[in-house]
Design a protein around this ligand. Structure first.
Ligand code: ZN
Length: 306
C-alpha cells in the first residue's frame, strides 16, 4: 500500500502518521511541542522513526514523499518557516532536515491551508466552494479553498488573519506585535491570561478556564467573553471579506470550549448582512489534526491529483 509521511506541527502538539490512498492514518505518533529547538527536533525525530517502524510492521510501503503542515508562514523557497510564534523553528532548514531523516522529497505547507485541503477532500464540506476553514488552536489557522484551489497568496504568506489588528496598541501577541486577534482569542493567550489573573498551579488549559467560568468565577467569565467577542469579530470579518459557501470551525480551543462555536455562529448572523449569512453553512471540523495530515499529504501530490 502506497503511503506518504504526514506531519502536523502545532503550538501545543505535533503529530506524525502514514497516510494511504484511502485516507487511512497509520502509525500515528503525538509529541508535545516544546519551545526549545534541540529537544523539539529530538522529539520529532523519535516520533517519525516510530511512525516509520510501525508502518514497516504493518506492511505499508515506505513513504514516497513527506508532507508537513506547520503553524506559520512557509518561505517562498519551501525550505523553512519565517518566524513562527509558537514553534522553535525560525529560519531553520526544516525541509532539508526532514529529507535527510527520511530520504524522501519533502513539502512544507501552512497548517491552516493543509487543514482546509483535508476538510475539502474528506470532510463534511467537500462540496462547498469557496470553503473557509478557521482553526482556533494555540494560535489561529486559516485556509481558503476557492475554485478547487488552496489560496496561498503572492508569496505563500496568505491566511495569517490571527495577526491582523483587533485592538491597536493592545495586548502583546506571541508574534511580538501589539493588539493582534491571536492575543485575544488564540488558545495560548487565553491560557496565559488565565495563569496571570487566576493563578493556581500553572496547569491552565481552555477546558479548565471554561470549568472555572461555569463555576461562576467572574475573572474566568471575563476572559472567555473577551475571547468570544474577538473570535466572533474575526470570523465575521473573514465572512464579509470572502463570502464563503461554508465555514469549518475547529481547533483545540473549540474542543475545550464547545459553546464558543454557537457564540460565533450567532455573532456572525447578527453582525453580517443576509447576503453573507443567509446560505452560509457552519460545518464542524471532521478531521481536526487528521485533516491537517490529509491536506499535508495532498500537498505532496504523491497520493491524489491536486
Ligand atoms: Zn500577532
Amino acid at each position: 500500500m502506497r503511503s506518504v509521511l504526514a506531519g502536523d506541527l502545532g503550538g501545543t502538539k505535533c503529530r506524525f502518521a502514514l497516510i494511504t490512498e484511502d485516507f487511512g492514518v497509520y502509525g500515528a505518533q503525538r509529541v508535545d511541542t516544546v519551545r526549545v529547538r534541540e529537544p523539539f527536533l529530538a522529539n520529532m525525530r523519535r516520533a517519525i522513526e516510530a511512525t516509520l517502524a510501525e508502518g514497516r510492521a504493518l506492511g505499508i510501503d515506505a513513504p514516497s514523499a513527506v508532507g508537513v503542515g506547520a503553524a506559520g508562514v512557509i518561505g517562498v523557497n519551501g525550505e523553512s518557516l519565517g518566524a513562527p510564534p509558537n514553534l522553535p523553528l525560525a529560519g531553520f532548514g526544516l525541509r532539508s532536515w526532514l529529507h535527510e531523516l527520511t530520504g524522501a522529497p519533502v513539502h512544507l505547507v501552512n497548517d491552516g491551508r493543509a487543514s482546509a485541503w483535508g476538510e475539502y477532500l474528506r470532510g463534511h464540506a467537500s462540496e462547498r466552494d469557496p470553503l473557509l476553514c478557521i482553526f482556533f488552536g494555540t494560535g489561529i489557522g486559516v485556509g481558503l479553498i476557492a475554485g478547487g484551489q488552496a489560496y496561498s497568496g503572492a508569496t505563500n504568506a496568505a491566511g495569517e488573519i490571527g495577526h491582523t489588528v483587533y485592538q491597536p496598541g493592545g495586548r502583546r501577541c506571541p508574534c511580538g506585535a501589539l493588539g493582534c486577534y491571536e492575543a485575544y482569542c488564540g488558545g495560548r493567550a487565553v491560557t496565559e491570561r488565565a495563569q496571570a489573573t487566576l493563578g493556581g498551579d500553572g496547569l491552565w488549559d481552555v477546558g479548565r478556564v471554561v470549568a472555572a467560568a461555569d463555576g461562576g468565577d467572574g475573572k474566568a467569565i471575563e476572559i472567555l467573553d473577551e475571547a468570544a467577542l474577538a473570535a466572533t469579530t474575526l470570523v465575521s470579518n473573514a465572512a464579509i471579506l470572502l463570502n464563503p459557501s461554508a465555514i469549518v470551525l475547529g481547533g483545540g480551543m473549540l474542543s475545550g470550549w464547545p459553546a464558543l462555536r454557537e457564540r460565533i455562529i450567532q455573532g456572525v448572523q447578527a453582525s453580517t448582512d443576509a447576503s453573507i449569512h443567509a446560505d452560509l453553512a457552519f460545518v464542524p471540523s471532521m478531521g481536526g489534526s487528521d485533516a491537517i495530515l490529509w491536506g499535508a499529504a495532498a500537498a505532496t501530490g504523491a497520493l491524489w491529483q491536486r
